[in-house]
Design a protein around this ligand. Sequence first.
Ligand SMILES: [Zn+2]
Ligand SMILES: [Zn+2]
Ligand SMILES: [Zn+2]
Ligand SMILES: [Zn+2]
Length: 798
Amino acid sequence: MALPGPEWRGLLARRWAELDPPLRERLAAASLHDAVRLGCDLLRTEEEEVALVRLCQRVRTGKEPEAASFYREQGNREFGHRRYQMALRLYSKAASHELPSSPEVSVCFANRSAALFHLEHFEVCLEDIARAESHGYPDRLLPKVLLRKAECLLCLGRLQDAADALSVVESKIHMDGLMTSPTHQTLLKKLSQLKVKLHEKERCPEPAQEARGDMQGKSEIWEENDGISGASSSLSLNFDTERGRHLVASQDIMPGQSLLKEEAFVSVLCPGESLPLQDSETAWDTRVTNADLYCHRCLRQLLASVPCRGCSYAKYCSQDCADMAWEQYHRTECSLGALLLTLGVFCHVALRTVLLAGFAEVNRLVEWSHSGDKDPHNSKAGCKCLSETPEPGAGTRGIPGCDDSGQYHSSYQAVFHLLPHTEQHSPEHKFLCMLSVVAICKQLQEAGLHAAVLNQESSEQWPKTKTSEQTSDELSPELKTVAEAMLRHMLQLQCNAQAITVMQELGPGDGAVVNKKPVRLATAFFPVLSLLNHSCCPNTSVSFSGTAATVRASQPIPRGQEIFHCYGPHQCRMGAAERQQLLRQYFFECHCRACLDELESDVKSVVSMRNSFCCPSCQAPMQGEEDLLCCSNEACATSVSRENLSRRLQDLQQQIKKALDLLRDRKADQAIKMLLKCQMDAGNFLSPEHLLMGEMEDHLAQVYATLGKWQEAARHLKKSIGIVEMHHGPSSVETGHELFKLAQILFNGFAVSEALSTIQRAEEILSVHCGPQSAQIQELQEMKTCLSELPRSILQRT
Ligand SMILES: [Zn+2]
Ligand SMILES: [Zn+2]
Ligand SMILES: [Zn+2]
Ligand SMILES: [Zn+2]
């Protein structure tokens, strides 16, 4: 959820409606500077603060020992059932609720190391064992863990280390004495087994693992622009009043060529859909959220997470990431977790942006924004830079956001210059943003974090102790400056927030064919990427790796053409009217080629034609814009209400969902039956090109793949690919992902020549969109290598 939750929004909407009309007018016309001052007085009323406290209590971000023991028990149960992946995640949840350096947290790490061992993540297993030891793992339990360590080292082929570990554990076991206890006997047995294994390995060492030399892929041609950090030298930054700042090809560009490579200035992990909002006391959520799956700082996928020492919601890929996050922003954010989750990701991004920038820089730019302000009460102040067209011939100097030498960097200055559109937001929206920002700053002050925000080192240590030298309710002048900058960022985010998306695996992930869908992982500011204007038929494609974005040309771009990026409404996904509606949040009317074609020529959008209903009696397309749809076949004369057909569509979607639940419960046969029935139903009222028809084929392919019926799976997937191609185009990234799946299926079914040609096609498409280094391309290449070695191994066998 980008904006604050519905309760807080509702409360502030009521409050807004109750304000005196003159005050409302003042607020509507206020500059950011004045808005913050007004907001400080308005939030003083008890009602909002109490309500906010109540809302925050429902979000649990603190460490709760009860939760820890609950998750640990659940983890043990899953472990007992050999569901190690789930056990691993539950032990991580447990660890995040334990206090640092407690014996309890060390037990979590030790348990988790066992799950990691079974999942054959030996290196990470060793890390967790070391973690358990450093957090004070109980001495009497140590031998078992040390034996696991030795076994890990053996599996990794580190024989000398394994021998050392074994001798340590041997002397430990003998020192502990009392040979009679049963656990002791088990330990001794395990010890002797491992010693035997060690001797065997020492006698015939395994050949050293081949270095994966040729997996590097082709290196990309990349020459960085002199004037714009992270941009290719084949682009130039232009400015005019109509298009604002924009990037143009300064030479002919090939498809797949990298145009921008930018690290996010700031990014905040989205909590994901199953945010644990509970009113009950003991119902702990065992579902996994983004916070369990990705590093809070660098967005890398988590295996064995390192919990924050202060809260239960921030989890990191490594101690280094945890330390860096703490230094840069988390020491301020840590105790504010519940408030930040309640107020939404935009508020969180706004706060983290000012923390990363540092108070000095925030203060400098806020002051600067006032100084250029001819009329301090003029709300256009934030946008004044746009009206000042740079002098002709001045190059990039004078283009907003550029420094004195005309360079555009991914810096706070560039972020600060993104358009806030202050005067175009509804006054009510500004009111919501303003009071939310003020609420955060007030809590910062109350929690004694004032010094931390100003980058003063006095609160370096644990910040929870209140050093409330500030006893009054009034925000300090510095925090008012911070609030003003945050309000600006909140307003900028509406147009400039960039979603970081990844292809996330669906289901248990133990099948031979991976089913993935794109999910929103984080919200970020990319000041260089923000230079690109929108088009519903863009000439680029964006992919993410961690917090870095790469933009590539998705088609040939001739010199002089503008570089476009799609903000979301793509011509393949919706009609022009719907796109324009969505784009209104960015305060512009789209005049891209697709929109002009569709709106001016009055042709029906391809999307609505393909995703249309057909006649239940004769299957001809249904026509009509109104509530009653008529069959296009004149001889038929059937008419049905749109509502009726929409309801059937909804029912169908429900049934498909049920079929997928069956698949998840490993009832593949029933899932197939249900999907086939859905297909029959759908054929009676959906056009054969409807996207849902394709989705059903895709699901059928998935089920057959879990059964190992590769030919059937391939047959269905090919139908799905046909429909995806029709909607998104044969060289779209969507088609690429489908071809990737088909390649996996053909590979598993030993359909060698067809697999090779499918790999080839998938590789061509995906390398344009995701680059030659992407995980999917690497996987395709591994499949190819494997297939090319296949005939030899088959020959050897026969
Ligand atoms: Zn990390
Ligand atoms: Zn924390
Ligand atoms: Zn458009
Ligand atoms: Zn008909």
